[in-house]
Design a protein around this ligand. Structure first.
Ligand code: P6P
Length: 334
């Protein structure tokens, strides 16, 4: 008798879909198409060392950042995978200046918009450090036949779903449609993501702080005091915390989600609005953090999911992780 495969993503999506009796199945179908795209990226990432696909592509993206070959591959893979599904009216990518209209190919257009960072942490590709793909999905809100920027610039509290793939020692897919957050591990032998972390909860308080201490010369006093707080010796509050920083957002976020802790990317003299992107990094991860019982705020103490975006590629300071640790950080900010 064959071994039991466990719960696949399809099964989990169907279980969730059954909670919405009027569901057409489009949403589940769209998520499943996206998962196939992530499997293709995982395959390339995991064999990159064996192929001439490592290293710089010799180009820069709209952010002026040097593009790695895998960046371009991941971006192209997701665009080509998702632009013919009929589910989407448009997409936005960290690697693309403007929104990608899809209505032209499908006159009826789709009901949803997809935003993604196709390969976050790509500067770590050549040194075999975990990297990831982050995505966010909203319902189209405009009445135009084509989608507009207005459909994308929605606050995170409007999200229908968000998630990430982390390409590490194993490939994991973590997502939420607002019904809790679930983690799946890729079984490379079968090519299926299998439910390995159902109903994830992040510890109320952690023992890890994550920040790039190399930027400390540029920090403001608030940041210096908050970091010193986590480094101080006080057994009654579990301090000092351990410092863990990979420099790959998805990997740092995933570790802290599981083990607890606080990830901080503050504003500083060099990056007055922080470095991370609101739409396709901070908002999807904030959605996931809250679904796991955590929290996420900016340097004004605002809930990330309440921020109304102004621009597609706008940056935001980000403090995200265990709820108590975010509350502690907030005391230094406001
Ligand atoms: P720094 C990777 O380039 C990235 O966008 C995130 O994945 C990561 O958290 C951050 O930048 C690291 O930035 O300034 O610490 O190298």
């Amino acid at each position: 008798m064959g071994t039991r495969l466990g719960t696949t993503i399809t099964k989990k999506l169907m279980e969730e879909q059954r909670q919405f009796p009027k569901s057409t199945g489009d949403f589940s179908g769209m998520l499943y198409e996206l998962v196939i795209g992530l499997k293709v990226i995982a395959y390339e990432v995991n064999k990159a060392g064996l192929m001439n696909i490592l290293g710089h592509a010799g180009s820069t993206n709209v952010q002026g950042e040097v593009q790695q070959k895998l960046d371009i591959f991941a971006n192209t893979t997701l665009i080509h995978k998702m632009d013919h599904t009929g589910y989407l009216c448009g997409m936005a990518s960290e690697e693309e200046e403007d929104i990608i209209q899809i209505a032209d190919k499908h006159p009826q257009g789709g009901k949803y918009v997809l935003l993604f960072d196709p390969l976050d942490g790509s500067s770590n590709i050549d040194v075999n450090v975990s990297i990831g793909t982050i995505f966010a999905i909203y319902r189209k809100t405009s009445n135009h036949p084509k989608c507009t920027l207005e459909d994308f610039l929605q606050p995170g509290k409007n999200l229908l779903a968000a998630g990430y793939a982390v390409y590490g020692s194993s490939t994991m897919f973590v997502y939420s449609t607002g019904l809790g957050i679930h983690g799946f591990t890729l079984d490379p032998g079968v090519g299926e993501f299998i439910l390995s972390h159902p109903d994830m909860r992040t510890p109320e308080k952690g023992k890890i702080y994550s920040i790039n201490e190399g930027n400390s010369i540029n920090w403001d006093e608030r940041t210096k005091k908050m970091v010193d707080h986590f480094k101080a010796n006080d057994e009654s509050t579990g301090r000092p915390y351990s410092s863990r920083y990979i420099g790959s957002l998805v990997a740092d976020f995933h570790r802290n989600l599981l083990n607890g802790g606080i990830f901080m990317y503050p504003p500083d003299k060099r990056s007055p609005k922080g470095k991370l992107r609101l739409m396709y990094e901070a908002i999807p991860l904030a959605f996931l953090a809250e679904q796991a019982g955590g929290a996420a705020i900016d340097d004004k103490g605002r809930r990330i999911l309440d921020i109304v975006p102004d621009e597609l590629h706008q940056r935001t300071p980000l403090y995200i992780g265990s709820k108590q640790d975010v509350e502690t950080v907030k005391e230094f900010l406001v």
